[in-house]
Design a binder for this molecule. Structure first.
Ligand code: UD1
Length: 443
């Protein structure tokens, strides 16, 4: 265990929810702030001394975990409104997040870049593998090394420390893969570097642009975010600031797919269709009618869904985080579809349970062939990661009878008030443990 402040223990969420299949979704749903944008932005508050105010923060478990990580380092984190968090980093003194928290959520490694940049040192417990397969952090570490850090690897942790001087040294870094987390850690570390850092083959996700905007608001200059090459003009000190997080394109995608499988018509509010072009095109190719305005999307789904092949890729390609949900949709589609997963080595975790519900899916390494069209039957299923949980929930909406979804802790990691939102759209869904149904668990 870390020697830092004691941590809040999250309650057990090993419970289940029951989904009654057959509803046709209708109505409107408000999309929350982006989990994956929020986590690096909260980590980036560590770059400056003072209080930052972050708005449109979703109340979900991964955010609570990152808040606990920041607290364990000495920050004061408080909810100041329904979806606003203030983070006061004035008293941060601990440079090692708690291993138990890092184990819960790999994104905790995002504190490495800012701690290294501001304090010249960070000790990061190794997150290890996860249900999606091996997830190394070699690109993060190479980035810190190139910015003037010495990396000392121990069996269960890694220390990065400035080799000399008091600031990271600006450099040119070419990533061999456009890793989202590595791009974020390097952007944060180089914001306090002496000089101009260029990151080539950077990740291009909208969450990268949101982080770049936040770092720029703190006083560094970040150019080219959203493109392959990002330029960060470092500065000696940064200031705490305010920021509003972008809408969650993965949550939005999940509700769109739920609407599609149900044959319903729903409208997403507070969303960004321009962040979801590939997914919207793919949904359109299944026969769904999609209409967009700058901050809303309506999907009107036909009874018969056409099959379409899916190949996940870094943004702007098809997002791996919507692949399991889309697979559930293709189980309904009338015909064959081929899935090729290019980001993670094991991301067909929902397939076995979909097969138990009656789906015809054959998985071979990173490919899955789905022969769709057979009606699913509800049964007890077990989620093993956030998006597999969403996929099984979506399958349950279409299945005959009741689907009992276990492993809810995964669902609540990534979705804000899912029961309330789904119920509002007409899904008959009940969390057996009411205390968790709004996922306002702690913090
Ligand atoms: C982020 C998202 C996650 C999403 C993923 C891909 C957050 C909090 N999480 O995760 O939801 O599924 O992007 O869009 O934003 N890799 C290496 N070495 C590294 C880093 C990554 O080999 O140092 C590999 C990984 O093992 C994986 C691939 O690169 O196979 C993609 O990982 P990465 O883009 O880094 O994803 P995360 O930032 O972990």
């Amino acid at each position: 265990m870390s020697t830092c402040a004691a941590l809040r223990i999250m309650p057990d969420t090993e419970n289940y929810l029951d989904i009654q299949g057959g509803a046709s979704l209708a109505g409107e749903v408000v999309i929350s702030g982006s989990k994956n944008a929020c986590l690096p932005i909260l980590a980036a508050t560590l770059l400056a001394k003072g209080t930052s105010h972050i708005e449109n923060v979703p109340k979900l478990k991964d955010v609570y975990t990152l808040a606990d990580v920041l607290r364990s380092l000495g920050a004061k984190v408080k909810w100041t409104g329904d979806s606003s968090l203030s983070v006061d980093t004035s008293d941060v003194s601990c440079l090692e997040p708690d291993p138990e928290l890092v184990k819960k959520m790999r994104a905790s490694v995002l504190v490495m870049g800012p701690l290294f940049a501001r304090f010249g040192q960070a000790m990061i417990p190794l997150p290890g593998g996860c249900s999606l397969g091996k997830r190394p952090i070699d690109l993060h570490l190479t980035g810190m090394q190139m910015l003037g850090g010495t990396v000392v690897e121990k069996p269960d942790s890694v220390m990065v420390k400035l080799s000399s001087g008091t600031r990271p040294v600006a450099t040119n870094i070419k990533l061999h893969f456009p890793s989202v987390g590595a791009t974020e850690n390097i952007m944060m570390a180089s914001a306090l570097a002496d000089g101009v850092t260029i990151i080539e083959n950077a990740a291009r996700e909208p969450e990268i642009i949101d982080l770049a905007d936040f770092i720029s608001e703190m006083g560094a200059k970040v150019l080219g975010a959203g493109d392959h090459t990002i330029t960060v003009v470092g500065t000696e000190t940064l200031r705490a600031t305010g920021h509003r997080v972008i809408p969650d394109r993965i949550e939005a995608g999940t509700y769109l797919v739920a609407g599609a499988i149900s044959g319903g018509k729903i409208t997403l509010l507070d969303t960004r269709p321009d962040h979801m072009t590939t997914l919207l095109n793919q949904l359109a190719s299944t026969g769904c009618k999609i209409t967009t305005e700058p901050d809303r999307i309506t999907i009107d789904a036909p009874d018969v869904i056409r099959p379409t092949d899916v190949r996940t890729l870094p943004y702007p390609g098809f997002p791996t985080d919507v692949q399991p949900q889309f697979m559930a949709l293709m189980v309904k589609a009338a015909g064959e579809s081929l899935f090729v997963e290019k980001i993670f080595e094991r991301r067909f975790l929902a397939a076995d349970d979909l097969i138990r519900m009656g789906a015809d899916i054959r998985v071979l390494e990173n490919c899955a062939l789905i022969n769709g069209g057979k009606r699913l039957t509800g049964c007890e299923v077990q989620a093993t990661d956030i998006r597999a949980a969403a996929a099984l929930m979506i399958a349950g909406i279409w299945a005959e009878g009741t689907t009992r979804l276990k492993g809810l802790e995964h669902f609540y990691r990534g979705y804000e008030r899912p029961i309330e939102k789904l119920t509002g759209l007409g899904v008959k869904i009940k969390d057996a443990s009411e205390k968790h149904s709004h996922s306002e668990v702690s913090s």
